[in-house]
Design a protein around this ligand. Structure first.
Ligand SMILES: Cc1cc2nc3c(=O)[nH]c(=O)nc-3n(C[C@H](O)[C@H](O)[C@H](O)COP(=O)(O)OP(=O)(O)OC[C@H]3O[C@@H](n4cnc5c(N)ncnc54)[C@H](O)[C@@H]3O)c2cc1C
Length: 305
């Protein structure tokens, strides 16, 4: 039954759409951790009109769906994902910067958006200068740094519910969000959003961004493969400090290691199995709980059964 629906969807997308449809696509190459199995189907629409053709087909197929951005906050299990991964990184990455609002498509790079705003003399998104991944992923998880958070700047977003093919328009006040969290449903594909911007001096903004980037470079293992911070900071605590003081820095399983540079990063030094990462996550959680009586919650999204 599943196979028949998957095959029909693949055939119809290939017949009707201009974008790329791949079968059994390795997700390791679409994530910064570089691990994990394949997606049964991986679709990158050519543009938004192509997406509009695909949406009713996706709805009719009823397969599990996962919108993937830059894969910088996603860990894929070795068993992969039995369903359709949809990516907007080639077909929806337009950036339009207006006087007091930027209208940005979900597949745009957060770092590129941040830099273009700086060049246009717009302040508000400079905190994103070092956050890898896409605007869609940044909205979904309310990414942030240096006190700035994505959802604080979102005026509205537009997307589509892939389960019902209904178009969705939400204002910021319709969305509940907090630290690295929104209540956006998993079947919602964010397509574009309007971001609140203000006038700023390009040189002053650039200086602030340079400061953030330099600090990031000296405190994060940027030359290794990782998913950024593995755990959320518990209220009033730094996850990195808790992990460090629990003696977990440098702990490893296989070729996956708790970074010596930043204890809340796990780095992939050439491993082949996500199971090693998951086992290391569990070991760190257990140790931190033993020492501090605090439960660490993962920040990375874990995909697959
Ligand atoms: C070196 C490094 C540094 C990092 N530093 C930071 C930091 O300072 N602050 C921070 O907050 N994060 C940081 N991260 C984590 C990560 O970069 C952010 O969370 C980023 O915003 C995720 O975007 P993405 O496109 O890669 O999302 P993905 O990993 O592709 O997806 C993450 C989630 O978003 C959903 N999603 C993605 N696109 C869409 C869409 N169009 N519609 C609906 N849902 C979507 C996915 O389904 C998934 O649930 C860092 C990561 C790395 C590797």
């Amino acid at each position: 039954m599943y196979d028949a629906r998957r095959n029909l969807l693949a055939r119809e997308i290939q017949r009707q759409c201009r974008g790329k449809l791949k079968r059994d696509e390795s997700l390791a190459k679409h994530t910064t951790f570089g691990l994990g199995g394949t997606a049964d189907l991986f679709f990158s629409p050519a543009d938004l009109s192509d997406l509009a053709i695909a949406v009713p087909l996706i709805k009719d197929a009823g397969l599990p769906i996962f919108p993937l951005g830059g894969g910088t906050n996603t860990l894929v299990r070795d068993s992969g994902f039995h369903g359709l991964v949809i990516s907007l990184t080639t077909g929806a990455r337009r950036i339009e910067i207006g006087d007091d609002e930027g209208v940005i498509q979900a597949g745009a790079s957060t770092q590129v958006v941040s830099r273009q705003c700086q060049r246009a003399g717009k302040t508000g998104l400079e905190f994103g200068c070092g956050i890898p991944g896409t605007i869609g992923g940044a909205i979904w998880g309310n990414a942030g740094a240096w006190g700035g958070e994505t959802m604080d700047r979102v005026n509205w977003l537009r997307g589509v519910d892939l389960r019902t093919s209904r178009e969705i328009y939400l204002k910021q006040s319709d969305i509940s969000f907090g630290y690295r969290h929104t209540n956006l449903p998993t079947d919602l594909l964010i397509v574009e959003a309007g971001f609140r911007l203000a006038e700023g001096d390009p040189k002053t903004i650039a200086a602030e961004m340079n400061r953030m980037l330099a600090e990031r470079k000296s405190t994060q293992p940027l030359s290794n493969r990782s998913s950024g911070c593995i755990f959320k900071n518990p209220p009033s605590h730094s996850a990195g400090a808790l992990i460090d003081s629990a003696g977990c820095k440098g702990m490893s399983i296989g070729a996956v290691k708790v970074s010596d540079v930043h204890a809340n990063f796990m780095v992939n030094l050439g491993g082949h199995s996500t199971e090693d990462v998951l086992a290391l996550i569990a070991r760190v959680q257990k140790r931190v709980f033993q020492v501090h009586k605090i439960e660490l919650e993962t920040e990375v999204r874990i995909l697959g059964e």
